[in-house]
Design a protein around this ligand. Structure first.
Ligand code: MLT
Length: 271
């Protein structure tokens, strides 16, 4: 096993980007969801770094990364490219994102597709928000600045973890709660504004010309298997899987099953 290094990278606008990195070989960058941090990927950093160079940033404002101001999804994608230039300048990249991280991965594809050898879109969607969802995001952005992080985000917890995980693996619930609690209110607000304004990529899916692995959980209420399968099949070179008993966070809830899909996909992108 390779212990991850924690690397701090200074972005051009002064943000400090904290990145966990381990292993050598083809590069896999993993982008966490909202309102989490790189610890979402703790099992993959440990288990895949035997064969791959695994890079898991705390997106700006989250975890140990800082953000001097608000940000957009495009800014988060630009941060990923900056990190790639610093840590894997010559390598093509497989980029994986979960939920909000998937929004960033699609934006990265739109801007820097020539850098990619594959995409992993997990528990996410290409569609932008409709008006009611946008309004809810702006409500949370206001609430978090008045009432603090936990008051604003606690209602999300049961939607992130499946009943099977909650019943059998209390340590996963504790870790997710800890990640959620520890994000600064300003970051929660900035991320909700960023997600409310993100682009819709549904019409662009037929243009994705790298292999794409789409994963969700059978018990994910935020990225349900039926609707995920419908958009996944629009992508030319895709494979779709819904992991039994997983909720919204299969990398933590069912890491073995998640890695059993990811590892052969990674091998196929370098074969
Ligand atoms: C996430 O898990 O990143 C969120 O559910 C994304 C979102 O709020 O759309």
């Amino acid at each position: 096993m390779n212990s991850p290094n924690r690397i701090s990278i200074l972005a051009p606008d002064g943000a400090e980007l904290s990145v966990a990195a381990a292993g050598q070989g083809p590069t896999l960058m993993l982008l966490h969801g909202f309102p989490l941090d790189h610890r979402l990927w703790m099992h993959q950093i440990e288990n895949l770094s035997a064969n791959f160079h695994v890079i898991a940033p705390d997106l700006r404002g989250f975890g140990k990364s800082t953000s001097p101001a608000g940000f957009s999804i495009a800014q988060l994608a630009a941060d990923c490219e900056f990190i790639r230039q610093k840590l894997a300048p010559d390598a093509p990249l497989v980029l994986g994102g979960l939920s909000m991280g998937g929004y960033v991965a699609l934006e990265y594809w739109a801007q820097y597709s020539h850098r990619l050898s594959g995409l992993v879109l997990s528990h996410t969607k290409p569609q932008g928000d409709d008006e009611p969802v946008r309004a809810k995001r702006l409500e949370m952005a206001d609430a978090v600045l008045q009432r603090g992080t936990w008051e604003a985000v606690a209602e999300m917890l049961p939607k992130l973890i499946s009943p099977a995980t909650a019943g059998s693996r209390p340590q996963v619930v504790e870790l997710v709660r800890d990640m959620m609690r520890s994000q600064p209110p300003q970051t929660i607000a900035a991320a909700q504004h960023a997600m409310a304004q993100r682009r819709d990529f549904l019409d662009q899916l037929p243009r994705i010309d790298v292999p794409v692995l789409v994963i969700t959980g059978q018990d994910d209420p935020l990225a349900p298997p039926d609707s995920t399968a419908r958009w996944a099949e629009i992508i030319p070179r895709q494979q779709f899987h819904a992991i039994p008993t997983a909720g919204h966070l299969s990398p933590l809830e069912t890491p073995r099953e998640f890695e059993a899909l990811l590892e052969p996909f990674l091998q196929s992108t370098v074969a």
